[in-house]
Ligand binder design. Structure first.
Ligand code: GLU
Ligand code: ZN
Length: 292
């Protein structure tokens, strides 16, 4: 079998400007792709309008450019893919691989926190509501390229999870898998906050008859345990005018050898040549000191 050429990606949500935590995901996925002569794509995950901040998409792209993180091909906006998501949902419903659910949060809590498939077998079936996948393919373990074998909770692995929300928005799990397949992504590199999501995504790749990509989860930048830097908790934007200092800190965070201070592209070129996967800390969270 021919191994497809490496294709990686960075998939920010436009809920605010890039901060140090998202720079780690951008830089880590970029270095990994470029160190294998691979392509590196950017996808804007803009399918959650209530969480979107006006101007964030273009601010993110401008920041990537200022940091020398130039991507291949044209960036993909998930908002341009809604018809494809709906067509897939229609097909899954028609084949009985998904079903409508109207259970309330309270009902689900009474099921011990994990959905028990209640609406899969009611008669007559619901014709509206959230849409859940019929999960017959439970993935309980997968290999992470950095962390090794990952085992997820078996109730979590077996749950019929949501692929379209009750408010009509397409769920992240559906859109991310359809688009990673659409863009031919061979390896997903991102933060460890999405580690268990990979088990769910593997289920969808299998259900859609698509090749499952490799997974690589980077340590998360946190300000305290269990508390990642995020746009939601107002992590400061990284400085557009002084990329060098942030690049140095991000490389250090990823355990990578030092580079000389220069134009961002030149610093990244050196970082690509020196890239060492095995130097990335194998932990899911790293606390930042205030200076970072
Ligand atoms: N859009 C997601 C986020 O910003 C990342 C999705 C992914 O990398 O799979 O958290
Ligand atoms: Zn239900």
């Amino acid at each position: 079998m021919q191994i497809p050429a490496y294709r990686g990606r960075f998939a920010p949500s436009p809920s605010g400007p890039l901060h140090f935590g998202s720079l780690i995901a951008a830089l880590g996925s970029y270095l990994r792709a470029r160190s294998q002569q691979g392509k590196w794509l950017v996808r804007i995950e803009d399918i959650d309008p209530p969480r979107e901040v006006a101007g964030a998409s273009s601010a993110i792209l401008k920041t990537l450019e200022a940091y020398g993180l130039f991507w291949d091909e044209t960036e993909l906006y998930q908002s341009s893919r809604l018809d494809a998501y709906q067509a897939r949902l229609d097909a899954l419903l028609a084949r009985g691989q998904a079903y409508y659910c109207q259970c309330t949060r309270k009902q689900i809590q009474a099921m011990n926190g994990s959905y028990n498939g209640h609406c899969a077998s009611i008669s007559p079936p619901h014709k509206e509501g959230a849409i859940r996948i019929h999960n017959n393919l439970a993935v309980e373990r997968f290999e992470d390229q950095l962390l090794g074998e990952i085992v997820v909770d078996s109730d979590f692995a077996r749950e019929d999870f949501i692929i379209k929300r009750r408010d009509g928005l397409y769920a992240y799990q559906l859109a991310v898998v359809m688009d990673d397949a659409y863009q031919g992504i061979t390896e997903v590199v991102r933060g460890s906050d999405l580690l268990t999501s990979s088990a769910r995504q593997a289920i969808l790749f299998n259900l859609f008859d698509e090749a499952v990509p490799q997974w690589l989860h980077l340590p998360l930048a946190c300000d305290k345990p269990g508390h990642k830097l995020s746009k939601q908790n107002h992590a400061p934007a990284i400085d557009l005018k002084a990329p060098q200092a942030s690049i140095i800190s991000a490389l250090d965070f990823l355990g990578q050898p030092k580079v000389d201070i220069d134009a961002p592209e030149i610093m990244l070129a050196q970082a690509i040549l020196q890239f060492r996967l095995d130097a990335i800390p194998k932990q899911q969270e790293i606390m930042l000191t205030p200076a970072q």
